[in-house]
Design a binder for this molecule. Sequence first.
Ligand code: AGP
Length: 607
Amino acid sequence: MVGIFGCILKDGNAAPVVHEALKRLEYRGYDSVGEATIHEGKLYVKKDQGKIDDVHALHNLDDLPGRIGLGHIRWATHGAPMQVNAHPHLDCGGQVAVVQNGIIENYAEIKGELEELGHVFKSKTDTEVVPHLIEEKLRKGLSFIEAVRETLNRLEGSFAVAVIYVKDSDKIICAQKENSLTIGLSENAVYCSSDIPTFLPMTKKTVLVENGELVILSDKDYEIRNFADWSQVVREPKIIDWVPEVAVKEGFPHFMLKEIHVQPACLKRTTRLQEEYLDLMAAFLDRAKELFLVACGTSYHACLAASYMFSKMAFLSTHPVYASEFIEQVGKSVNIDSTILALSQSGETVDTLAAVDYARGRAATILGLTNVVGSTLTRVSRVYICQQAGPEIGVAATKTFTAQLSVLAQLALKLAEKRGKVSHVEIEHFKAKLRQIPDITEKIVQTQGEKVKQIAKKYRDKPYFLFFGRGISSAVALEGTLKLLETNQIPSMACSSGEMKDGVVNLVQPGYPMIFICPKDDTYKKVYADIMEMKARGASVIAIIEEGDEQIKALADDYIEVMKDVPEFLCPIQCIIPLQLFAYYMAVERGLDPDRPRHLTKAVTVK
Ligand code: AGP
């Protein structure tokens, strides 16, 4: 996730306005920054790797001439954070500048075609195809607007772009496909931005740009068109009355709640990973003689879930290991035949990196899954995949967990296909279900929030909780516990309900709160029996059930519904959402700030 911004002022220089706006967008990404302006028929660009203040100290981002400008703040997805990969990107002639947020899925194909026509690319980004394609169309005699429109119609993926052109220097053309883009209008300027808060100090008058729309912005006006059929869209501006602090959270009271709610959009991005990365990683996994899944905290829970996915779908057995235990537990057995798949949202967790370092020292193959391109993990991995969740601000991992699960599920599917372990019909069915995951999670987020809030109200004074699941859901139980521990400091624990009789059963008293995760998979009957047993001892059961599961509804004290007919390997993605919401609403009910748990930091980078 990155942020884009553009403005046309009636008077004065755009660069300081762009610079200020980018500072407000910094929460969306912060590995590189760049600006472009046009003045007297010439394009001016400043960009570099680094945080905005550091780049400004080096290059003075306020010092570019011209009243029209674009800006970009980057969180790398294609190409490492380096000056050459920072936006804006230009065409060969240095006349078209483009900033983009999102992913252009068919960039490799377009790039190949343009290179054959003599275009020279400087970066490793997907974005750079856009200015070159526009240039190609301009060369053929198309107007600026036509060239942008034709270019947009060629792009696949999900994106928001803004473009300026030296020979038509009184306009910005911006557009979005399945990505956020808003327009701001004031007496003295017009703006386009990835979000409303960016221009809120300048104006509250905004127009939302919808999917598939292109906007021609001039200092006087804005014209919206559908870029596929060129039909005109009439949309009146609205007045936004958010205060800036609320606006960054897009109207949500906390980042944690916002990040729970943006999961469907993140999952849409994550389910559009480039096939070649998945293929490459799957090839390494397939060859692995011995595979360790290594991580800490939430990322470890994703490893645990992956161990079930890989085994059940691709018949690949793995060893999920806590990074902090890796050297002690298995270190001496690691050798040239070992493969380590390390998971780390931040890519900087010290224990994960120590495990990786140790394994590298013993000639093992290192694969990485992270949310931060350019992090240490990406630098030490033979192959890595970026999970495309965008920066996560809440300390409690939410959207990055479901994004990890989605990547791992895709890898399991690839591997199953490669190994011929699942029939063609099943593969196609699973792929279709994977594509539905953003909608499935959207439905849960939209329909279950209020119910979870009421349950949190009811249980807010309970001094402890137990979480149970079986099979792949035992990873969900562990993650649910971690969310509650992090945000509420309530003693709680999780275990496979198969282990209940080995001790936990001793804790049960009337009213003891127990949360069971009960998808209708192979474990369902056993979980049902486990609940019966706990109910017989007076426990209060909150069950996460599939829609319409009357059997458990009749047994449980409270229930939250997820969608039915979701395959087992995808179920953790939907089942964790009610537990994230539960932890969130419990914190709110108990007067705690879920975004700032005491004693915790986002990434544990020191021992
Ligand atoms: C999860 O909510 C926590 N923030 C924490 O457990 C985290 O998952 C762990 O520290 C690992 O972080 P990483 O994924 O950045 O390596």
